[in-house]
Ligand binder design. Sequence first.
Ligand SMILES: [Zn+2]
Ligand SMILES: [Zn+2]
Length: 235
Amino acid sequence: MEKKKEACLVCGEELQYFAVDREMECVYCHRKFMSKASCKAGHYVCDECHSKTAVLHIEEFCLKSQSKNPLEIAVKLMEDPYVYMHGPEHHVLVGSALLTAYHNCGGQLDLPAALDEMRARGSKVPGGACGFWGCCGAAVSTGMFVSIATGATPLSNETWGLSNRMTACALHSIGDIDGPRCCKRNAFLAIRDAAKVVDKQLSIKMEMPDSIVCTFYQFNKQCIGKRCPFNPVNH
Ligand SMILES: [Zn+2]
Ligand SMILES: [Zn+2]
């Protein structure tokens, strides 16, 4: 099956990005949005419609998974044809993979409720937040994971600190490599950092592969090649 990565959901054309917002109508829900992205034929699909199916698949898969390895879960989720090479569904995917592995490793949480919460919170982070906000959604997803796993709120003490430090730690690793963005690279970095934080701070040892080798790079037109620690040329 051919994967149409970073292509229009409607016509398969490539996506294009503008420097400033333009008003666009979502071809699915017909609501109007200000956006910097459309396909070259002018189609625009809002973030919500784009990732709705993907996000439902993520939750469905996670509820059935017995895996204790968040990276393995994430890769399985990324192989779903509804999960695109790049897209805001990764903002839910990263935290969901972590919550699932954490739970399967003995972490105390109500997984269905936690995944619902992850879906609600992660879906609020728009596509392109990495470049436009300076705050990659995969990193934010690790902060949401820690917040949900520890029950943090804006009024919490240590768990508030840990959630913010988690996001900062992942953002640091992601920023150090420079762009262009890659939702796979950033997800791998974020999960790797989260596994370390969970081990050290929450005393749950999740399984991780000895080395992470990307199996998606051939679908990424902006792959940074040997600058990416997960590119096969580095293994
Ligand atoms: Zn199109
Ligand atoms: Zn829509």
